[in-house]
Design a protein around this ligand. Structure first.
Ligand code: GRF
Length: 196
């Protein structure tokens, strides 16, 4: 059984995709042990709660600064000692203290074809806006390991998504999100087979 912690900040549709894959039997050896949110308003928390999954809020506003917040996060993750940490729309950059403690045990989903449109400043709608401004005809989604850099870790799976004429950042984001929802559970499934 692969015990995972999922880190979220917002809507949590990727978390939902993981939970749905567990429910439908596609992720038969995965258990979500804890959902941690950097934002107490995140709808992702409701999704976890309605499934009876333990949740925790580690919101920067409750701590003197990001360092203290990250120390708390490290403490919680150390105690839980999950097999895998999944960043599913987690909007904070993990410090080296956490990344170094869990080498090849943290994965992230990014809404572009890494190494394009990623790194510092490329998050949320900014990614899709930049893709459209650059006149790209193809975008995509990438699941990768998290290392000390921003979006620089080894790519685990990547899938292309067409950019359509008349796309807005919102319409492109919605199409990319559908792909995210498919490839994130797929990678988790693959990793769960490896630990068996
Ligand atoms: C996704 O596009 C993800 O790639 C990005 O943030 C968005 C989160 O969506 N990092 P959700 O919270 O999973 O609905």
């Amino acid at each position: 059984m692969l015990r995972i912690a999922v880190l979220v900040s917002g809507g949590g549709s990727n978390l939902q995709a993981i939970l749905d894959a567990i429910d439908s039997g596609k992720l038969d050896s995965v258990r979500v042990e804890l959902v941690i949110s950097s934002n107490r308003e995140a709808y992702a928390l409701k999704r976890a709660e309605s499934r009876g999954i333990p949740t925790m809020v580690i919101d920067a506003h409750d701590w003197p600064g990001p360092r203290e917040r990250d120390d708390k996060l490290l403490e919680v993750l150390n105690e839980l000692n999950p097999d895998l940490i999944v960043l599913a729309g987690y909007m904070k950059i993990l410090p080296e203290s956490i990344v170094g403690r869990f080498p090849r045990k943290i994965i992230n989903i990014h809404p572009s074809l890494i190494p394009q449109f990623c790194g510092e400043g490329f998050y949320g709608m900014r990614v899709h806006r930049a893709v459209l401004e650059a006149g790209e005809t193809t975008s995509g989604a990438t699941v990768h390991y998290v290392d000390e850099g921003v979006d620089t870790g080894e790519v685990l799976l990547q899938e292309q998504v067409p950019v359509l004429k008349g796309d807005t950042p919102e319409s492109l984001a919605a199409r990319v999100l559908e792909t995210e929802h498919r490839i994130l559970p797929e990678v988790i499934n693959r990793l769960s087979r490896e630990v068996k």
